[in-house]
Design a protein around this ligand. Sequence first.
Ligand code: ARG
Length: 637
Amino acid sequence: MAAAASSLSDALKSLSLTETLPKYPNCFPEVNPIDIYRAHLTSILTGVTGVDASIIYPALQWTQTLEKGDLVLPVPALRIKGKKPPELAAEWVEKFPESPLVHKPTVTGTFLQFFFKVDKLAELLVPSIIHRKNNYGLNPYLGLKENQDPSKGKKRIIIEFSSPNIAKPFHAGHLRSTIIGGFLANLYEGLGWDVIRVNYLGDWGKQYGLLALGFEKYGDENELLSDPINHLFHIYVKISKDLSAEKDQIKEFKEAGKDKEALELENEGLDEQARRYFKAMVDGDEKAIAQWARFRDMSIKRYKETYARLNIHFDDYSGESQVKQERMDFASQKMADMGVSEESEGAVIVDFSKHIKGKPGTSLERPIIKKKDGTALYLTRDISEMMQREDKYHFDEMIYVVASQQDLHLKQLFKIIELMGYKELAAKCKHINFGMVLGMSTRKGTVKFLDDILRDVGEKMHEVMQKNQAKYEQVENPVATADILGISSVMVQDMSGKRINNYEFNMEAMTSFEGDTGPYLQYAHARLCSITRRANMSEDDLLTADLSLLSEPHAQNLIRVISQYPDVVQNTLKTLEPTTILTYLFKMTHTLSSSYDHLRIVGSEPELAKARMALYDAARIVLNNGMRILGLSPVER
Ligand code: ARG
């Protein structure tokens, strides 16, 4: 066999496919094997059909199942007048020349089906996967500016995700945002974009004045140091109770005609103190700011540890507190000047029914921009934060990963930006939403924080593992492994359906090794690793294997499935759904698990064993890459 080729295009040459592939937009033969076939088929089909390549290339589609072929061409897509599609198809098949890469097409209905010659595919594919390893499936060209011209640099995308609120529970919405956002960031990065990960914390407002008062009353320095997130939350719960007791008290006073007492509480009580404390924060009072910054920094430090367990990091811990007052003044002036906002009963609002005619205008409602007392709101801060990010990062796109409960909020935000005259800025922004998680609670009660959820699933996973004592004893560090499998359980369950669907948090189902679960994927990966360890072959062995020996249908199907992976990743850029990749990985692992009995290594002739091992190694790389792009940590045992 020829020396191993390092890239797909070298492989093409070594297969003496001397034809140089013509260039098509969005065609990357070096990194996507299917693109070789698209280009090859396109050049044949232009000759056969007389239709321009620019119409044929994008019309070639992949199939749902392998029985339908590797690629298909819907004849009507070529828009030829006069003859019926089946007639045309039959004519073209007749004219179709002998090809080194594909069999003669078959016709079903109005489709031409193409089946790859798998021996050639294997030679093109398997060594290049073994070479590219972690990079197989990625495509550094897609994120390049101006028609993928490398000299123009990368496009930049901001992905804002997770965004919890300090001293408040990390609820299911934050969990989903974290999982989906982390995945999207990996996806864009893998496809050549410059990705900025932003966490927009809820860390500003009167409630942080209240929290500071709560700390004076209930705080404990040691507890704060050891567990800031829980401690601040407990303080916040206690002081909020005091506040609602105060409100009841005021009401009682009033009902009893004790106006003087009521007024006194109103002027001196917690609510007023919190307001004053927050005012001091806004005015930059050093002591107040220092205390608040300590709470914030300590919470971030703890969050970072948890995010690391999910393979997630952020480039920027922004937050509502980081929006500058000058910015908000500027924005509110601009809104007034452009006639976007108006006064209403002492407050400033946006009445969308005046800006958008008909129903869409009324459905965006009349959000408040500034309260009577001049305080800015959530929406106001988002407007200014967006402009701030534009200046700071000069991004090409921005994604907000936020629950669908905030659909209205984000629509209002984007529309206001547009009405303010920043049409382009608004057009660069996108809301990636998702449905709810039903019934998410810890075993002890309702869930409070991400750590509690992860601890619970980890414990549950440990129990599941112990049910198989023989296997359990082989695991070197069972608690750590259970922890990783637990995290995979939660993440895979979350990514299984379309984002917009709600789902039931089902600890029993998600931690099972059966069905399409996280533990199942991990098991599939560990099994491949164990095959690799046992075979103990060198990379050179694998790269020089005679792949033409892989003639069984099981081997051929597996080769065809793993050739699709780069296409799947690229297609995910359109769906922005983690399930696109996950569904593929389950399909791949199912093909794999039905192959083991037919493609044994132990007991096979040495050459055949080498070829099969090369195929398993390629499958392991694909599974590993797929899991990591989803944010999972593949285990080896
Ligand atoms: N902190 C908010 C919440 O918990 C989510 C922030 C979403 N992002 C945004 N730019 N508004 O509801």
